[in-house]
Structures are given as structure tokens and as C-alpha cells.
Design a protein around this ligand. Sequence first.
Ligand SMILES: O=C(O)CCC(=O)C(=O)O
Ligand SMILES: [Fe+2]
Length: 200
Amino acid sequence: MSKFKIDTAAKLPLPDAEVYFVPDFFTEQESKLYFEQLLEQVSWKQEKIRMFGKELPMPRLTAWYGDKAYTYSGLQNHPQPWLSVLLQIKEKIEAATGHSYNSVLLNLYQNGQNSMGWHSDDEPELGPEPTIASVSFGAERRFGFKHRHNKAQKNFYLPITHGSLLLMQGPTQHNWQHAIPKTAKPTGNRINLTFRNIVS
Ligand SMILES: O=C(O)CCC(=O)C(=O)O
Ligand SMILES: [Fe+2]
């Protein structure tokens, strides 16, 4: 983590992975403003996902901004041009992580029944060891990690806070899946941004 410039970052205790978490990367004031601007300005859509030969609505809203088209969950995403709020967040994340990103996938979880299933962000477009910087605003949700190869390795769960930064890099996507499970707790809007660099 030579280039990661934040000393309050905690490395998560996951073998075969490089994951860092900064619970309060943004100030309360920044977080509130970004949350409101993103909720209002992003063009949120409910996409469909093909599963077992059926088309189902995704259990969350999504949006895709950036410089390059990208395939995600079998969908060809045509990015929209950057919004000023996204560029502001991107600059802060680039300065802190020492990496640059040319795309961002946004997710809006509107309640506890909105979720993201187990997956790795290992699409070939992201290159062999992708760095993914994940920023969250709004309601706190549990983020899960599950080892892909070692069945004896227990799942790891982490509460993802308002204004936090989670950085996944190195072999993480090869060896672990992650998810946002549903929760029965009454839960409001949560916005997540995953900054990525598409190499091809
Ligand atoms: O909402 C989250 O924190 C996870 C998002 C995620 O894994 C993704 O967009 O690939
Ligand atoms: Fe992901």
C-alpha cells in the first residue's frame, strides 16, 4: 500500500487480499452534500438482469459515468459524461489512493430489500489485478466477503459507514467475492460509487 496516503486506513484481516477501509474519509458536511447532490443529479435507472433465462429487475438502481463502455452483469453499459460532483469525488479518491480511475458505477439501495449478490469485479476490461475504490453515503449497510477457493475460510462482514472509502486491490478479486446482503432492519437510501479503471 505504498501509494495509499491515508494513515487512518485499516487493512482488513483477509488472507489472499489487499483491502483497506477508511470509515470517515469524507467529513460529515461533505458527505451530506455529496449524498444530496448524487441522489438528485444522477440519472438512476432500474436495469434488468438476465438470470436463469428470465429477465428480472435489478434489486437496486444503477448509473454508469465515465470515459469508456463496459460490460457488467452481462449488460453493455454506455457511460454518461462526468458530472461535476463525480469529478470532485474522483479527484479526492485519486489523490488519496495514488491511482487514477476512468469510470464509476453507482448503486442506489433504496431499502433493506435492495441488495447486491456475491460477485468479484474481475471482468477482463479491468486488467489482471484491478484497484477498485468504493465510496458510500447514506444508510449504513453490511458488506460481506467470501473466499472463492478456501471453504474453511469464514466469511467476513463489515459495516460500511456514511462517508467511507473501501479500497480493494492486488489479488482481492481473484480470491474473494463480495456482496451487500438484504437486511430486515428498516433502512433508508444508501449510495455507493465504485471507481474503476478500464484498461481495454
Ligand atoms: O454497494 C456496495 O458497496 C458494493 C458495490 C459493488 O460491489 C459493485 O458495484 O461492484
Ligand atoms: Fe463489486
